[in-house]
Design a protein around this ligand. Structure first.
Ligand code: GSH
Length: 339
């Protein structure tokens, strides 16, 4: 259990390799994979600890898909059968009726021979896994689920900006989203140093970009911001210490710290973040890195609510749209996970 999708390479001698998503059926407006977008048919399974799953949690909120696509939240601590629903009554997901996410994988394909990972979408009537393709999943929520978006939902992947968004996201993925894992799971000094240097080189380039503009691409929130946010929000809490990405803390970089606070305070971002799940997952699950499984008390979260002044750069978070409404009561992050 690596939390990185590939337990063996995480602790072995080979460089960290992220495993490819195995199930890649797409849920589309025209149903070309036999999976048409339908309200109430699918269930999104996430862990609030996981940065890849958190992208989907944020997109679903921003797009107002909560009623159309229900959500199951797994326990942040996997056991040897992986993600489990121990936060729910009787340890079963109330909609799917299963105790482990692996049961949906098994229903889809016995002996699937792949690691179980979140985010995942499960077809509720059959109980089968549809997709765990975390890269495509959020793009499809933005572009294929439009008929079910709330009025005023933002366009998170606008046609005219896609080339630029894709380029920015590719660099962010390689050096930042996955870069912190490469540093954290390195088993040789040189491999760690190279990965860590790349993380900070890219963060410095992003700093220059974000010193001039409020958002990564264009003047509104896009998929690119969601993907950078999910790594940055974990940075000081886990990547700085646990993954040894410690050249500086995010709070020591005025531009990135203000950028991430701006997003955190935007409805749909910070209200999905559970620092308790994040910290307990990383520090307790990765026993190769943290054998005592002690979860640190810090960092102090008080600063997340401080003013950021990023509105002075212009930009409109939702373009011509509007922010999402309040979080559903049954999906509120418990107080112990919030700043
Ligand atoms: N599906 C992707 C990305 C998603 C991913 O890595 N999710 C992590 C959690 S952050 C996961 O579920 N890992 C499997 C595990 O820890 O058991 C992969 O396998 O690389």
């Amino acid at each position: 259990m690596s939390g990185g999708g590939d337990g063996n390479s995480a602790y072995g001698h080979k460089a960290f390799q992220r495993s490819k998503s195995h199930f890649t059926d797409r849920i589309t407006a025209d149903g070309r994979d036999g999976r048409p977008v339908t309200a109430g048919r699918y269930r999104l399974v996430v862990s609030r600890a996981c940065p890849w799953a958190s992208r989907a949690v944020i997109s679903r909120r921003l797009l107002g898909l909560e009623d159309a696509l229900s959500m199951a939240i797994a326990d942040p601590i996997q056991d040897d059968r992986s993600w489990r629903f121990t936060l729910d009554p009787d340890g079963r997901d109330p909609v799917l009726g299963i105790r482990y996410l692996s049961e949906a994988y098994d229903r889809r394909e016995r002996d699937h021979g792949t690691g179980v990972s979140v985010p995942a979408i499960v077809d509720v009537p059959s109980g089968e896994l549809v997709t765990n393709d975390y890269q495509q999943l959020t793009l499809d929520l933005a572009t294929e689920w439009t008929a079910l978006h709330r009025p005023g939902a933002p366009d998170l992947y606008p046609d005219r900006l896609r080339d630029e968004i894709d380029t920015v996201m590719a660099d962010v993925y390689e050096d930042v989203n996955n870069g912190v894992y490469r540093a954290g799971f390195a088993s040789e000094q040189g491999e760690y140093e190279q990965a860590c240097a790349r993380v900070f080189r890219r963060l410095e380039l992003l700093t220059s970009r974000l010193a001039r503009q409020r958002y990564l691409v264009g003047d509104t929130i896009t998929e690119a911001d969601i993907r950078l946010f999910t790594t940055l929000v974990r940075f000081d809490a886990v990547y700085h210490g646990h993954f040894k990405c410690n050249r500086w803390k995010l709070t020591e970089n005025p531009v990135l710290w203000a950028y991430v606070r701006d997003l955190f305070q935007t409805p749909g971002f910070g209200d999905t973040v559970d620092f308790d799940h994040i910290k307990r997952h990383y520090y307790r699950v990765h026993t190769g890195i943290n054998p005592t499984r002690i979860v640190p008390l810090g960092p102090d979260l008080a600063g997340w609510r401080a003013s950021h002044h990023r509105e002075e750069l212009g930009g409109r978070p939702f373009g011509t749209g509007t922010p999402p409404g309040p979080v559903r009561v049954d999906e509120e992050v418990p107080a112990r996970g919030r700043p």
